[in-house]
Design a binder for this molecule. Structure first.
Ligand code: BGC
Length: 761
């Protein structure tokens, strides 16, 4: 037992992880070669021109948020010519970016080039899997490469800045935006954040095929109450420091050049006007020297939150809080000059914001050549080139998670079988593109039907069964989900009767997740459950391929269907990827980055929960932390995923049993491929800090490695734990490492029970 005194006296190291950054990836950040040029430029700027740099306008076609009254092309062109615009978003294609850049460079007084921002969330024109799917690969190299490919295409289309990666940790699959992130875990999320930032920004921001990244949404948007979009966020410092902020810190340390704030409030202060988040933490303790952009008109929303009485006050609060650029909100451009003239906002605040924005423009090389991203020949050569299709196919296969294969229905034989392919999403070439695909062509995905047809040794019969939605698909709302038309079920049943194996592709449409798509029911939408059960009655040899941007509650399927594959929305190459997995040309190795609940009532549900004072049923009575109607365990745990082969973990060892805080704990385990296929396994390392001055989670992921093994092969895997993995943040944001006993678990998912322990002195 530790007393407070021993804790204090033994408290080993308090290193200001929130206070210092020391990392080689900060090349751009520490590079002050532009500072003199920036100073010289700022000295020439009028206050209107300075505020202009802080103004970001949407382009003239696609809007990714509600368009304000002022948001017409005439105003925008007029402001552009006056030098009142620093950046634009949703402008795509070199022809258009060149035209607008020309106005900025040749028609304004100072000729400051524009930034062109875009939501390059999972690819540009050629789409990779939605981010949560990519995260299921746990393959950091592949994820980095996917961002690299996206940056290469986007930069060729004139884009210089992506509003990605989205690194909001979320434990609530009701929230539609979980599709955009890395899932529920802070450690995995931090690694993915870093991989994506490096992928987008490359080695040098000035290279023509790299773009500035944006860590969003700062912060805690993923904790929107009840999973309802744009909702309030009320979380403890414990959760903020230990769960929400580390991925943002990882992005900052990886050199991300911009941050985006968020639509939510955090403990009563809207994120866009939140001085604590933006000034104290980001620009203060973390010493971030890029710039912060607001979310779409989020500064104005301080009015609706009831924090600001009007636009002027909103502009005042946001600029003071450290929001450097106003996205399509018209509050900075309309209010800031007056606020400065009235001496309500210090010019130094404006200068600081402008300096940050200009710094990124310099780093991108836009002052050397404002048209460097406006090369039509490059655009033609790069967009849609074959290597992009190959890369997204590779990423798509790596993202598939095999949830169940009890009767070894998979892999499918390549010939001699009658296969019925059933389900509304099976021949859909639009839904697999997922949400956030503004630069890709509609209906440009390879459907599962097309992918499977390429394996033409089998007889393949397709039946839709039911429609998922009624009418147009642009916005699939719960109101246009088909709940009445059952006509196709009979034909589907007939096809199933005449088949050896049935492949059913069911789930959510690509537009049922994403921004503005929170749901309270996570069952298969519409009549799909009825279709599944009707088919099961006549032929239980079903492979269920689930499509979704989030975990779904598929209890009946788990209970009854022998084979389940989590196929997410895998982008342009969806059908080819799924077919290669189903027919065994690719052995799946994905692992869930988010817990699958048994029902919505269990949410929020996550693997690294607290034990509570009554975490188990010690006395065999009702007084322990549980529900009366459903067990505590999830349907599928975090980190879970199967392979066509099987793995055995043995000989978990540490190099010592007692360590000091500056020593590295070396954890080794033997992993054997015990099945009949070559395969890959994500070896996961979890720890439990047994006693802490702040209650510690029951388990925390602190390491992983993707290991490839031939059948029959054994490898010894060594993973390391250092003080960064063993410590945690206090409620005041200090990182500490406390002495005491730790348990170490290694295995293929978060329920890993192969265990050992050590003491930290
Ligand atoms: C989203 C951001 C996005 C922005 C611009 C907002 O509605 O929350 O994530 O980058 O629109 O499209």
């Amino acid at each position: 037992m530790k007393t407070i005194n021993t804790l204090l006296s033994f408290c080993l190291i308090i290193f200001l992880s929130f206070g210092c950054s020391n990392n080689q990836n900060q090349e751009n950040k520490n590079d002050n070669m532009y500072e003199q040029k920036i100073d010289a430029l700022i000295a020439k700027m009028t206050i209107e021109e300075k505020v202009g740099q802080m103004n970001l306008y949407n382009g003239f076609w696609d809007a990714t948020g509600p368009v304000p009254e002022e948001g017409n092309a005439k105003t925008k062109y007029d402001h552009l010519r006056k030098g009142w615009v620093g950046a634009m978003l949703n402008v795509k294609g070199v022809k258009k970016t060149r035209e607008l850049q020309k106005i900025a460079v040749e028609e304004t007084r100072l000729g400051i080039p524009l930034l062109f921002g875009f939501d390059v969330i999972h690819g540009f024109k050629t789409l990779s899997p939605i981010p949560i799917a990519e995260s299921a690969s746990w393959d950091l190299e592949a994820i980095k490469n996917s961002a690299r490919v996206a940056a290469t295409e986007a930069s060729a289309a004139g884009i210089t800045w992506t509003f990605a990666p989205m690194i909001d940790i979320s434990r609530d699959p009701r929230w539609g935006r979980v599709m955009e992130g890395g899932g529920e875990d802070t450690y995995l999320g931090s690694k993915i954040a870093e991989a994506r930032v490096i992928g987008f920004q490359g080695d040098h921001l000035s290279d023509v095929n790299t773009i500035a990244a944006c860590a969003k949404h700062f912060a805690a948007y993923g904790f929107s109450e009840a999973g309802k979009e744009y909702n309030t966020v009320d979380i403890s410092n414990n959760t903020l420091y230990n769960t929400v902020l580390p991925p943002f810190k990882a992005a900052e340390e990886a050199g991300v050049r911009t941050f985006m704030n968020a639509f939510n409030d955090l403990n009563g202060i809207p994120a866009s006007t939140n001085e604590f988040l933006q000034r104290d933490i980001l620009k203060g303790k973390w010493d971030f020297n890029g710039f912060v952009v607001s979310d779409w008109a989020s500064i104005n929303e301080a009015i609706f939150w009831g924090q600001a009485k009007d636009k002027k006050e909103a502009a005042y609060l946001a600029s003071k809080a450290g929001s450097d650029m106003d996205m399509e909100g018209y509050v900075y451009i309309n209010e800031l000059v007056n606020l400065v003239n009235e001496r309500k906002v210090k010019e130094a605040i404006i200068d600081d914001a402008v300096r940050r924005i200009l710094r990124v423009k310099f780093e991108l090389g836009l002052f050397d050549n404002p048209y460097k991203y406006c090369d039509e020949a490059r655009e033609k050569a790069i967009i849609g080139q074959k290597s992009n299709y190959d890369a997204v196919l590779d990423m798509a296969k790596k993202s598939v998670v095999l949830l169940k294969n009890d009767t070894q229905l998979l892999p499918l034989a390549k010939s001699g079988k009658r296969i019925a392919l059933i389900g509304p999403l099976a021949d859909d070439d639009n839904s697999p593109l997922g949400s956030w695909r503004l630069a890709s062509d509609d209906h440009s995905a390879v459907s599962v039907y097309e992918g499977m047809k390429a394996y033409n040794g089998n007889k393949l019969k397709y039946e839709k069964g039911v429609d998922l939605y009624i009418g147009k698909t642009a916005f699939v709302n719960e109101v246009n989900i088909n709940t009445t038309n059952k006509k196709g079920i009979k034909e589907a049943v007939r096809a199933a009767k005449n088949a050896d194996v049935v492949v059913m592709v069911l789930g959510e449409h690509g537009f049922q997740s994403g921004e503005g798509r929170s749901r309270t029911n996570l069952d298969l939408p519409g009549l799909q459950q009825e279709l599944l059960e009707a088919v099961y009655k006549v032929n239980p040899n079903i492979v269920l391929v689930l499509n979704a941007g989030r975990p779904l509650t598929i209890n009946w399927a788990k209970e009854n269907i022998p084979t389940i594959v989590m196929g997410w929305q895998l982008g342009t190459q969806t059908g080819n990827a799924i077919a290669q997995v189903l027919y065994g040309d690719y052995n799946p190795s994905g692992k869930l980055p988010m817990t699958f609940p048994r029902n919505v009532g269990q949410i929020p549900i996550y693997y690294n929960y607290k034990n509570t004072g009554r975490g188990s049923n010690r006395k065999n009575n009702v007084f322990w932390s549980h529900y009366s109607d459903v067990e505590n365990t999830p349907l599928y745990p975090f980190g879970y995923g199967l392979s066509y082969t099987s793995f055995e973990y043995k000989n978990l060892k540490l190099d010592k049993s007692v360590y000091t805080a500056n020593e590295t704990v070396k954890v080794s385990v033997d992993l054997k491929n015990t099945g009949n296929y070559d395969g890959k396994e994500v070896v996961q390392l979890y720890i439990r800090d047994k006693v802490g001055s702040i209650t510690r989670p029951i388990k925390e992921l602190k390491g992983f490695e993707l290991v490839e093994l031939k059948k029959g092969e054994t490898k010894t895997i060594t993973l390391k734990l250092t003080k960064s993995e063993l410590g945690f943040y206090t409620n005041h944001g200090k990182f500490i490492v406390e002495p005491g006993d730790f348990e170490v678990f290694v295995g293929g998912d978060s329920t890993a029970d192969l265990k050992t322990s050590f003491e930290l002195k």
